[in-house]
Structures are given as structure tokens and as C-alpha cells.
Design a protein around this ligand. Sequence first.
Ligand code: COA
Length: 254
Amino acid sequence: MSDILTHLDAGVMTITFNRLDKKNSITSSMYAAMADAVAEAGADPAVRVVVFQGHESIFSAGNDIGDFLNQPPSTQESPVFRFLRGIATFEKPVLAAVAGPAVGIGTTMLFHCDLVYAGDNAAFSMPFVNLGLCPEAASSLLAPRMFGYHRAAEALLMGEPFFAEAAQEVGLVNRVVPPTEVNGYTQAQARKLAAKPLTSLIATKRLMKGGQQQEVLQKMDEEGQSFGRMLREPAAKEAFGAFMEKRKPDFSKI
Ligand code: COA
């Protein structure tokens, strides 16, 4: 079965991470499938709302580290950047159902969702510094804006997980529910939205987010250039090598 599943029902396109054995970590081909699904959802009048979901035990472990080492994104047309631009500019409502860990892009993609529901086991983290990298998905702009600078600095510089209740407090999450209910609850909310006039949903989202879109795209571009460069540098090589070898990284000389 495919690592990314898409399903359309009652105006709701659901995009499911389906790579549980690797903790729903995302490979380049999965990003390509997600970017294509988002583009299709934007163009298809039968799609009124998009939902991202994982499993009740894990949303996503972020980028697949081995895949990233083997085929780092090299241009703005790389699947990961296509996907990020796709969700950052998506006109219709996007919801996410998050249970368990949401690492790296598993958290940063949520800044581009309109409603986020979390299981009480959700653990959000943006460990870019710990991987010798820098933020992506315009999280260096949107996290300080949403959380306040100091709380964003804690999340982005320390890279430690923060949990469902804290995520709700900083505004990243709308509501916390039991993990077994998060996908169902999010579907129910998506269906309520899908029954509303799409023209009004689109206009309302554009009015709320339109003003910052250029700034977001510019920041993504700037982050993408640093991220791409840093992926090839010693700190990331050490961090990724350590992950593959299941040992602690040693940054003492970097
Ligand atoms: N890329 C590639 N493989 C990954 C992965 C990732 N980001 N995250 C997990 N996996 C793989 C593990 O290598 C392991 O594979 P194996 O069974 O072949 O050894 C399998 O998924 C299970 O992972 P494991 O670490 O044993 O699960 P866990 O439940 O103990 O921990 C996480 C789950 C998500 C907390 C942990 O896997 C993790 O921290 N992953 C890395 C997250 C990360 O740094 N992402 C990059 C962000 S840019």
C-alpha cells in the first residue's frame, strides 16, 4: 500500500501518512505525492476541505533522515518545497489531526493549517538545531508570531518536545481530545466546514492570511537556502550519522 493515502468523501480530501514502520517519516516521493494531492485538491471543485492525519500513535517523525542524506532537496522545485508552497498558498480550509509525536515538518506544516486538533499524547518538536540545521516552512517567522518570541526561541533553539496542553496554550492547537478520537473529531469538524459556502470560506481565509503570504513565501525561500546548505555541512552530517548509527551526536568540535 502507498505511504500516502488520499481519500475524498463528502467534500473532504483526507491525506493520511501511512508509513507506520518508519514512524510516518516522509521521503521525497511522499512529499511529491503530498504536493500533487494538494494541487489536485486546489483544482478540484469537489474538494472543499483538506485534512492531514496520521495514526493514533504517531503523526509524523518528520523528514526521512536516510532519504534526506541520499537525495537532499537541491532546488526550489524539490518535492518538499513544492509541498510547502502548496499548503502555504492553499485557498480552501486545511485541518490536521495530530496524535503522538509530530517532529520537524510534522509540526511546522501545522502553521499552514487552519484548524489543528490534537490527541492528549501529542508531542510537538522542531529539533532543527539538534540536527545541525535551521527552521523550515517559515517556522522562523510564524512560531515567534504565534507563540511570542521567548516561547518560540525555547521551541526552536532547545528543540525539545512540547505537549498538547502547551501547544493549545500557545495557539498551535484548537482542541485536545483522546488520541483514539482525534481523527474522527477532525473529520466531523471538516464535514461541518465542507457544508458551508466555499466562496465565504475562501474569502475569509484570504482576508485573514493573504496579507502575510508574500512574507511567508520569502521566508521559506530564505530558510530553504540555508537549510540546503547546512544539510551538507559537518553539524548535520554528524547529527544524521549519529541517528543512523543509533548513538549520541558529538558537536564538541563544530
Ligand atoms: N527518518 C528515518 N527513519 C526514521 C525516522 C526518521 N525521521 N524516525 C524514525 N525512523 C525509523 C527508525 O530508524 C526505526 O527504524 P528501524 O525499525 O528500521 O530501526 C523506526 O522508524 C522506529 O523508530 P524508533 O526511533 O525506534 O521509534 P520510537 O517510538 O522509539 O521513537 C520518534 C519515535 C519519532 C520519537 C523517533 O523515531 C525520532 O526521534 N525520530 C527522528 C525524528 C527526527 O529527528 N526527524 C527529523 C526532523 S527534520
